[in-house]
Design a binder for this molecule. Structure first.
Ligand code: ADP
Ligand code: NA
Length: 333
């Protein structure tokens, strides 16, 4: 039996969005504070460079992401918090998994198709092989649970397939079959400009997302301009069925307020968006401005952040080195 251990990561490929916060980081904090789990959280810089990153900006984004984790409530004493490239066993196990994963499996990954678009021939091999590295990120800790947004479900399934094939091919019961943990009102926060696209730090339109560093005026302006429809809010979740933009704003409200959607609608049902949007902005500002304030404070001392990351990497390696050694033995390396 494997002990309950949580791993998850976020790419330092741009500033954190409200989607990352509600879909991932806020849930990471819940699991950290649940005594039944050991929690390990990572800035996945090796994933970020599957698409070219400006080197100075990558280093800055990595520190800012670390500040975002801490400001949101990740405690580097309670959780192991570190940067992927400082723990070389991730990349080493990823190579083994590149030999386990099948081309056909990776060919079915929808995120690669979304990110590469019409430009597949000119995408990096790393962007294609990304899910094998993600499997290594998780399995180098024997993690049993991975909190993620909806968009990562397919990659966690691939991680399970890789673990099962490795165990089968080598006749061992070495890697756990990891469970994705996808729950809450905000497992898929959508763009504020297009209800069919997820909110993402890589969307070219800044108006499509709320960044964790946005000030109160920017948050209010983005919510004011968010796409909606002309109807009033319904009083039950069922009434949001074919209204993706309206549903998104209600989901964001529910996740920020730690309420379920029906509880929100029983309070705001019947209101127009002209009334609901300012309520949502006030709530978002009250929850996010303490976090962005703390991020800015932490960013004033880069060496303090670097110390935290270095310590986190040392703690991570206490777990990864023996698991990689055992993996090599199993494979005959
Ligand atoms: P991004 O898509 O913003 O580059 P990452 O790929 O680094 O984000 O994802 C980090 C985590 O944030 C993952 O668990 C992912 O599922 C979650 N996440 C990203 N965007 C959203 C979103 N719009 N809604 C909910 N969760 C999200
Ligand atoms: Na993602």
């Amino acid at each position: 039996a494997f002990q309950p251990r949580v791993f998850s990561g976020i790419q330092p490929s741009g500033g954190l969005t409200l989607g990352n916060y509600l879909g991932a980081i806020k849930r990471f904090v819940d699991m950290q504070d649940d005594a039944s789990f050991e929690t390990i959280y990572c800035m996945v810089d090796l994933h970020a460079i599957t698409v070219w990153q400006d080197p100075a900006e990558l280093a800055r984004n990595t520190r800012e992401l670390c500040a975002g984790f801490i400001a949101s409530g990740i405690d580097p004493e309670k959780s192991i918090l570190f940067n992927q490239s400082q723990v070389p066993e991730h990349a080493q196990l990823a190579w083994i998994f590149n030999t386990v994963a099948r081309m056909g499996w990776l060919n079915r990954m929808t995120q690669f198709k979304d990110k590469a678009g019409k430009n597949q021939e000119n995408s990096s091999v790393g962007l294609f092989a990304y899910p094998a590295l993600m499997a290594a990120d998780i399995l180098i800790y024997h993690a049993t649970h991975v909190p993620v947004g909806e968009d990562q479900k397919q990659h966690v399934e691939l991680t399970r397939d890789i673990a099962a094939k490795f165990n089968h091919d080598y006749g061992v019961d070495f890697f756990p079959i990891t469970e994705p943990v996808i729950k809450g009102a905000a497992t898929r926060v959508m763009s504020l400009r297009d209800g069919s696209k997820k909110m993402s730090k890589s969307d070219p339109s800044d108006m499509s997302r709320i960044n964790m560093t946005d000030d109160a005026d920017a948050i209010a302006a983005k919510i004011r301009k968010a796409r909606t429809d002309p109807e009033a809010l319904p009083s039950e979740a069922e009434g949001l069925k074919d209204r993706p933009e309206a549903r998104n704003l209600v989901n964001i409200y529910a996740a920020l307020a730690d309420m379920d959607v029906d509880a929100v609608l029983s309070e705001v049902g019947g209101k127009q968006f002209s009334e609901f949007k300012p309520m949502l902005s006030d709530l978002a500002v009250s929850k996010l401005s303490p976090i962005s304030g703390e991020m800015a404070r932490l960013m004033q001392d880069a060496s303090e952040i670097d110390t935290i990351l270095r310590r986190g990497a040392e703690r991570a390696r206490e777990l990864t080195v023996p698991i990689l050694e055992r993996t090599y033995e199993i494979v005959g390396l």
